[in-house]
Design a protein. Structure first.
Ligand SMILES: Nc1nc2c(c(=O)[nH]1)N[C@H]1C(S)=C(S)[C@@H](COP(=O)(O)OP(=O)(O)OC[C@H]3O[C@@H](n4cnc5c(=O)[nH]c(N)nc54)[C@H](O)[C@@H]3O)O[C@H]1N2
Ligand SMILES: Nc1nc2c(c(=O)[nH]1)N[C@H]1C(S)=C(S)[C@@H](COP(=O)(O)OP(=O)(O)OC[C@H]3O[C@@H](n4cnc5c(=O)[nH]c(N)nc54)[C@H](O)[C@@H]3O)O[C@H]1N2
Ligand code: SF4
Ligand SMILES: [Mo]
Length: 905
């Protein structure tokens, strides 16, 4: 048994993980007590990491034109085809689309190959959909893409403002850290600014449920208010900034009075002014912002509207103060550091950085090569796919992202890929919606197998360490890229034996000619202090925050402490912001505002988190959160099925009527793909409108219509993994697949009635059919098939609310031979008598909503009482907000507690 320290591959918090490996299996994970991001904590996704591993469902062979081939054949085919596209159509006809989930070393060699050696600027990343506006905002204000703050600042602040961030679900460990800090410091306040009431409101002192897209009005209003109430730091403004007067004048134009701002944001003026007062009267304020700000057609301006207020109040470069863009992906930062965005060159240098092209060419020794480095930026993600659609780009290599799901106007992306003559995909999972478009599929190693570094939201570089062998022929991304580069003739430049050598080169480039003589201003991203670690030093590297230089060998906790910025004159810039509304317009045909985002237990397209059945239980099906009035107007009901329609796409899901929604707005999750459901890709509803500065899509502001999906029947089918050969029921108007242990659960519904269910079952399913119960009048039916003593499938026609507890049935599927008692009980139509415990609220301990409401009704009306009885909320704590709202809802029905309460024990 060995224990290995590594880093969680999900969100940008970058938690340290201690993994236990026994006999070639990673059997347990726990939080690394020493890692400064989490000090031992993990959220529910992190703590289920070991449950997502295993060789099943992984890509294990390189594939060319649908045929498995050897690596030699795959690599030479990639090289040949890339070369022939280049010689026929020029260097700029090839492109790469990368991901914030690659390791820094993978990213570095991909950027070096495409920009440096293939001479194409068209290399962009999914960080465009995620962090591009935050990057552009920081660069405009500070002269560099540099997050000034760190996680301790969140604990030291007197006021933390969450803007467009559902931290409790999406960066749970940071939320828990704030929660603890708030318990220690009762004066600390938390404000949440979000059109939805989210779980992040649990510990909020103030919630502003603003109209979507109105953030720039709000922060312009705050700037004006600070000026009117003499809450500016005039000394700081004078000494360390420029542009204040223009910024204030622009703010006054759009946000003259509290009443104007309150009207624009559609919030109560008193609450708004309370926020203004709190922000203005505290020095130690952290504003933490995320996709509710970034994913907008004016996202960059919104970031700068926030940064303006921090600069004007001198609330930056201090402990507990600063504008903090929280990153989404585990290595969003590392990608930005190597230059993975199409407008960047390398090591935080842009094409227009004076001398950068020459410097990078000399460093990479490409100056004598044809082609040389491109001279100007390439296409940003949405433009890149438009260029593919036009036929201008003819070869695309996608690594570690799924553009047919995550890019807006997803149908158009599919059509573009269909047309693209050469699509290469590096991927870990055997089934994704992208793979059918690939001419060449390259199997990549994944977390626990690959070795390298990632940078988290607070600039902290940590090691991800490889512990397991990749399955089959899967190889590390850096290796695949370097082997292709060598086949293309660039042997010397890509001759690395281990990722530490790549890291070393990246560190050298960051410090190359980065001194007072060569670079004014100096490049802030400098990790030259990590040059020369060697293999042993790299393997032992402890988490460290950049810059790491001779002057700061132990890293740098906080930036801009002296008020010296990375701009030419050292001053930070305030920007004049003219607020803009979302560009996707509402209309009579599409009257509802569509908001899209994340759920607590799933990661993006679910290729990893859906492998752990317990993570499927919190939200098992695709859903839409709808305000009760909108539901009523559209004639849809809670738990009923409905369709959202946009100009270019459709979304079918189960309705959740939610008071947390503003009227006129619908929220849908981003996670479901065609691998999991009939039609619930959120990006199909979003138009490809982007921020003109950052190129980030307006993914939070679609326009849709809502209507019921009128179905004749609904059914639940459980089927053993071994029994699924084809899935003919996928022609139904609605289906969704929910992985369980050893079986799949399908929720089905259709608009066509089924005349004869028995005939239908024989057509759909293998094995003999046993009817367990049938009620012709109501159309209810339960049937199952037992073959060779094993339960093969189980079906219930009826509403999902009538489901029995599925745990008993799940265990029966996993019995190699059904015992006689179980077989008899099953065929008598019985289960263990337990009712379905409802959606799982506490994923750590798998406690369902019904169990919890029963306990509350029986008198357990506190988190502590529920925890003592059911264990819910006692591990990662992410479900506590939901427990609290259940207590609120059920409290009126609770009866005075009789002690001891034996009924539910
Ligand atoms: N569980 C889980 N965690 C994740 C991920 C995941 O897939 N699952 N993904 C990771 C990634 S890559 C990212 S980028 C982060 C994203 O983390 P977040 O940004 O927190 O995630 P989202 O849910 O996309 O959106 C945040 C909030 O923005 C709000 N919002 C929408 N429109 C507006 C608006 O106009 N103004 C304001 N102020 N708010 C608005 C939404 O209602 C939503 O609650 O999460 C990371 N963490
Ligand atoms: N409507 C809407 N759209 C959005 C968003 C939104 O809020 N609303 N959010 C946007 C944001 S912030 C983001 S970050 C994107 C995320 O969207 P994507 O990046 O498209 O989603 P993922 O599922 O993370 O895709 C990663 C893929 O890489 C594979 N993979 C995992 N590890 C590795 C590896 O080491 N190597 C290789 N080669 N492959 C690997 C996974 O199996 C998976 O298929 O979605 C964006 N799109
Ligand atoms: S908070 Fe983020 S990094 Fe930490 S365990 Fe959860 S998903 Fe992983
Ligand atoms: Mo993201």
């Amino acid at each position: 048994m060995t224990q290995v320290k590594t880093t969680c591959p999900y969100c940008g918090v970058g938690c340290g993980v201690t993994a236990t490996v026994k006999a070639g299996t990673l059997c347990a994970v726990e939080g690394d007590l020493e890692h400064p991001a989490n000090y031992g904590r993990l959220c529910v996704k992190g703590s289920a990491l070991h449950e997502t591993l295993g060789h099943h469902g992984r890509l294990t062979h390189p594939r060319v034109d649908g045929v498995n081939v050897t690596w030699d054949a795959a690599l030479s085919t990639v090289a040949q085809r890339l070369n022939s596209v280049r010689s026929a159509h020029g260097n700029h006809s090839v492109a790469a689309y990368l991901s914030g989930q690659l390791l820094t070393e993978d990213y570095y060699v991909a950027n070096k190959l495409f920009k440096g050696f293939l001479g194409t600027p068209h290399l962009d990343t999914n960080s465009r959909l995620c962090m591009a506006s935050a990057v552009a905002g920081y660069k405009r204000a500070f002269g560099a893409d540099a997050v000034p703050c760190n996680y301790e600042d969140l604990e030291e602040a007197e006021l933390v403002v969450l803007v467009g961030s559902n931290l409790a679900w999406n960066h749970p460990v940071l939320y828990q850290r704030i929660k603890v800090a708030k318990e220690r410091n009762p004066l600390m306040r938390l404000v949440v600014i979000d059109p939805r009431v989210t779980d992040s409101c649990e510990i909020a002192d103030l919630y502003l449920g603003i109209k979507p897209g109105s953030d720039a009005y709000l922060f312009n209003g705050l700037l004006v208010w600070m000026a009117q109430h003499r809450r500016l730091d005039t000394v700081y403004i004078e000494r360390h900034t420029e542009g204040f007067d223009d910024a204030l004048a622009a703010a006054q134009q759009s946000a003259g009075s509290v009443a104007d701002v309150a009207a624009a944001c559609d919030v109560d003026p008193e609450r708004l002014e309370t926020f203004f007062y709190w922000f203005a009267s505290q020095l130690h304020v952290v504003t933490l912002y995320s996709q509710g700000v970034n994913q907008s057609s004016s996202g960059t301006d919104k970031c700068n509207a926030i940064i303006n207020c921090h600069l004007a109040g001198g609330k930056v470069g201090l402990p507990g103060a600063g504008p903090f863009s929280i990153t989404g992906q585990p290595n969003a930062m590392g990608g930005r550091e190597v230059g993975g965005l199409a407008n960047q060159l390398a090591a935080h240098m842009d094409y227009h950085t004076p001398g950068a092209i020459d410097l990078v060419s000399r460093f990479w020794a490409t100056e004598n090569l044809t082609p040389t480095l491109p001279e100007s930026p390439g296409y940003k993600a949405v433009e890149l796919f438009e260029a593919i659609e036009r036929g201008e780009i003819k070869a695309l290599w996608v690594m570690a992202t799924n553009p047919v799901i995550s890019l807006p106007d997803a149908a158009r992306v599919r059509a573009a890929l269909e047309k693209c003559p050469l699509v290469i995909v590096s991927e870990c999972a055997a089934h994704t919606d992208l793979l059918p478009y690939a001419d060449i599929v390259l199997p990549a190693s994944g977390w626990s197998e690959k070795d390298g570094t990632v940078t988290n939201s607070e600039r902290r570089i940590s090691r991800q360490r490889g512990m397991l062998a990749p399955p089959g022929e899967a190889r590390h991304d850096w290796w695949i890229i370097c082997e292709v580069a060598k086949q293309l003739g660039f042997v010397e430049a890509f001759n690395y034996a281990h990722p530490w050598e790549i890291f070393d080169e990246h560190a050298r480039l960051s410090g190359f000619e980065n001194d007072a003589i060569h670079a004014t201003p100096k490049r802030l991203f400098d990790i030259s202090g990590l040059v020369g670690l060697g293999r042993a030093g790299y393997d032992a590297l402890a988490p460290i925050q950049w810059p790491v230089t001779k002057a700061a060998p132990n890293g740098t906790a906080r930036l801009f402490e002296e008020g010296e910025f990375a701009t030419a004159n050292g001053r930070a810039k305030l920007l004049a912001i003219v607020p803009q509304w979302p560009e996707q317009a509402l209309s009579a045909a599409y009257p509802l505002r569509l908001n899209t985002g994340r759920i607590r237990d799933q990661w993006h397209t679910m290729t990893r988190t859906a492998r752990a059945p317990r993570l499927m239980n919190h939200r098992a099906e695709p859903f839409m959160d709808v305000h009760p009035d909108d539901a009523h107007a559209a004639g849809v009901t809670d738990q009923g099925l409905a369709v959202l329609t946009a100009a270019k796409g459709e979304f079918r899901a189960r309705v959740r009527i939610a008071n947390a929604q503003r009227r006129g707005e619908v929220f849908v999750p981003i996670h479901w793909t065609d691998c999991f459901t009939q039609q619930a890709r959120s990006s199909a509803l979003i138009d490809s409108i982007t921020d003109p500065l950052s190129g980030q899509p307006e993914s939070k502001h679609g326009a849709v219509a809502l209507a019921p999906l009128r179905v004749e029947w609904q059914a639940t089918l459980l089927i053993a993994d071994t029994a699924v050969e084809s899935t003919p029921w996928c022609t139904s108007a609605y289906w969704t697949r929910i992985p369980m242990h050893g079986l799949q659960r399908w929720q089905l519904a259709d608009i066509q009635p089924v005349g004869d269910w028995l005939a239908q079952l024989s057509a759909w399913l293998p094995g003999p059919v046993s009817v367990l119960s049938q009620d012709a009048a109501s159309g209810r039916l339960r049937a199952a098939s037992v073959e060779n003593g094993q339960l093969r499938w189980w079906l219930m026609v009826g509403l999902p609310s009538e489901l029995p507890g599925l745990a008993w049935l799940e265990s029966r599927f996993n019995e190699t031979t059904l015992s006689d008692t179980h077989r008899r009980r099953l065929l008598a139509g019985c289960d263990d008598g337990a009712v379905d415990t409802g959606p799982v609220v506490c994923s750590c301990h798998q406690v369902g909503q019904t169990t919890i409401t029963n306990a509350i009704r029986a008198g357990d009306i506190s988190i502590e009482a529920l925890g003592a009885r059911l264990a819910c909320g006692t591990q990662c704590g992410s479900c506590i907000p939901e427990l609290k709202s259940l207590i609120e809802e059920e409290r009126p029905h609770a009866r005075a507690k009789q002690t001891p309460n034996t009924e539910l024990a």
